[in-house]
Design a protein around this ligand. Structure first.
Ligand code: PLP
Length: 289
């Protein structure tokens, strides 16, 4: 199924039209040229001031499906710092959809900046014990969450579902169009692994797609990515593999090595990395042979 010709819901099309094209920029360093590597960054963080790039890419066809099926409310889940919830709350407000979120743990006092924004955009927050929160992870399909009312549309944690993949795959076509030569490797940081799976779907068969896990021990990710790709098996031909985070920091945590690397990277390239994902990704790439 080709997604390029699919007609988006007009309200979603209008939102997409408000986005900038994200630039592809080459990064230079003595260490890279020594190893005869060339490195480009797809600056999807510049797509939109609020919805960071891959969150939009993953939500695009999920939101389209919700709108096309007449949903009036999006229901999802996330932690108190979830960029997924942040993006969903904003998109919901722009698209005229109500949003409801199951938030992990007790209500922080004060609310995190992420949740303050989400609430200001109209998201209703339902704080959920860690054990109940874990149970919500079992539900993947839009209508699968027990107790869902008519017109309510369930979006799993991190937007991790098969419908998220084609939106990410479109990013690969943009990269190919901007390059003057074929690339060998696509690399991305992984939380749920959905972005990685989307890249695999979009990548040409000669490419290797490498996911750097934002968690120290991410063995379960392998199975998650495999199951996301199962429904797209015919199109997903690129090789992929996962590597673990080597910075010594846990998920959402930092380490002295990571912080000092991020500081040096920003000094050298004028690009700020985040400690959760892009910092760990670039740290890993910096150590490749
Ligand atoms: C959210 C995020 C990720 C994780 O994406 P998954 O699809 O959950 O693996 C990786 N990198 C960045 C920059 C992100 O914002």
């Amino acid at each position: 199924m080709s997604t390029a010709q699919r007609t988006l819901h007009p309200r979603l099309q209008a939102l997409q039209d408000s986005f900038a094209a994200s630039p592809l920029t080459e990064v230079f360093s003595p260490a890279l040229s020594q190893r005869q590597l060339r490195l480009w960054l797809k600056r999807d963080d510049l797509l939109h001031p609020i919805i960071s790039g891959n969150k939009w890419r993953k939500l695009k066809y999920v939101l389209d499906h919700a709108l096309q099926s007449g949903a009036h409310t999006l229901v999802s889940m996330g932690g108190p710092y979830s960029n997924h919830l942040h993006a969903l709350a904003y998109a919901g407000q722009v698209l005229g959809l109500n949003t409801v979120a199951y938030v992990r743990g007790e209500s922080p006092e004060p609310l995190t900046p992420t949740l303050q924004d989400a609430q200001a955009w109209g998201m209703r927050l339902r704080f959920t014990s860690r054990s109940d929160y874990r149970l919500l992870r079992a539900y993947k399909d839009p209508a699968s969450l027990p107790g869902l009312q008519a017109g309510e549309y369930w979006v799993p944690e991190g937007g991790a579902c098969e419908r998220a993949l084609p939106g990410v795959a479109e990013l690969v076509a943009e990269v190919e169009a901007d390059m003057d030569a074929p690339f060998d490797v696509l690399a991305v940081a992984c939380g749920t692994g959905t972005t990685l799976a989307g890249l695999v779907l979009g990548a040409p068969s000669h490419t290797q797609v490498i996911g750097v896990a934002a968690l120290k021990n991410a063995d379960f990710l392998q199975a998650d990515v495999q199951s996301l790709l199962a429904s797209h098996a015919a199109q997903a031909r690129a090789d992929w593999r996962l590597v673990s985070d080597e910075t010594g920091a846990g998920f959402g945590k930092t380490s002295p090595a990571l912080l000092s690397f991020m500081h040096d990277f920003e000094q050298a390239h004028g690009i700020a990395l985040d400690p959760v994902y892009t910092g760990k990704l670039m740290f890993a790439i910096d150590r490749w042979d």
